[in-house]
Write a protein that binds this ligand. Structure first.
Ligand code: GLP
Length: 261
């Protein structure tokens, strides 16, 4: 696992955006580049930078197919807290991606299980995901894979923990009762099957999760720690998130990956 430590959120976001743009630009295979994407505040800086780079002609999404990580159950697309709305508002509406290349789980369908199976099949039909960008919850969840979700889980229905409902209530007028209680989410196994996984972990509130991810054991209590088993896992983080790392671990990564592209 590589841990790329940058001074602050902005530098971390710029680094990750450049990394993604390079991966797309260096993709020479005769099939689309398949990109997994998250929502949340963590990727906003990356999306902003990628939109800028797209407008400047430095990267194009015409040959990119995307799969989003997750979606609430029961929120229509037009709801301003649906992940569909978030992704279009912050990213898809501002780049040159063909609309048919965008894949998002439908949390409004009558057949949730079937929707999840079809999603896995569609990912497989493209030959898998080339690069999965992700974030991480304060409790170390990845996508909506809450603590104790199987580390080999596939796309499915997830029941959100009280902790996640409380953290996300800020987007629902601070009313925990308005936060959907269930979501559809790719599994930890789905993410880890990607050729490369890049996670953004920033801010003091994520310092415990970063410590568990980097220097705890692989542990289903911190589903993000599954990244340790991935052959090409990268964490891009900022200094603020490093507060709970041991000094020698912090120094090691700071030195070894200081020039990483
Ligand atoms: C939600 C999403 C996750 C995301 C997490 C952290 O739970 N399902 O994919 O990583 O929030 O969000 P933020 O980046 O806003 O801290």
């Amino acid at each position: 696992m590589k841990v790329i430590i940058k001074e602050n959120y902005e530098v971390m976001s710029d680094w990750a955006a450049q990394h993604i743009a390079d991966a797309i630009n260096n993709h020479k295979e005769n099939r689309p580049f398949v990109l997994g994407l998250p929502t949340g505040s963590s990727p906003l800086g990356v999306y902003k930078k990628l939109v800028e780079m797209n407008k400047e002609g430095k990267v194009s999404f015409k040959n990119v197919v995307t799969f989003n990580m997750d979606e609430y159950v029961g929120l229509p697309k037009e709801h301003d807290q649906s992940y569909w709305y978030f992704m279009h508002d912050n990213f898809f509406n501002h780049i040159d991606i063909p609309k048919e290349n965008i894949n998002m789980l439908d949390g409004m369908t009558d057949d949730l299980e079937g929707e999840c199976l079809r999603y896995e099949e569609k990912i497989a039909s493209y030959g898998g995901i080339d690069l999965f960008l992700g974030g991480c919850g304060v409790d170390g969840h990845i996508a909506f894979n809450e603590p104790f979700t199987s580390l080999s889980s596939r796309t499915g229905v997830r029941v959100l923990t009280k902790n996640t409902l409380m953290v996300n209530a800020r987007f629902f007028e601070n009313d925990i009762n308005k936060v959907p209680k269930t979501a559809l989410s790719v599994g930890v196994g789905t993410v880890c099957d990607s050729k490369q996984v890049l996670l953004l972990i920033s801010g003091e509130s994520k310092s415990r999760a970063l410590r568990h991810c980097v220097s705890g054991g692989v542990d289903h209590a911190w589903t993000v720690s599954a990244l340790q088993m991935h052959p090409d896992g990268i964490i891009a983080c900022d200094e603020e998130a490093c507060g709970e790392l041991k000094v020698e671990i912090y120094k090691y990564f700071k030195e070894v990956y200081k020039d990483e592209k």
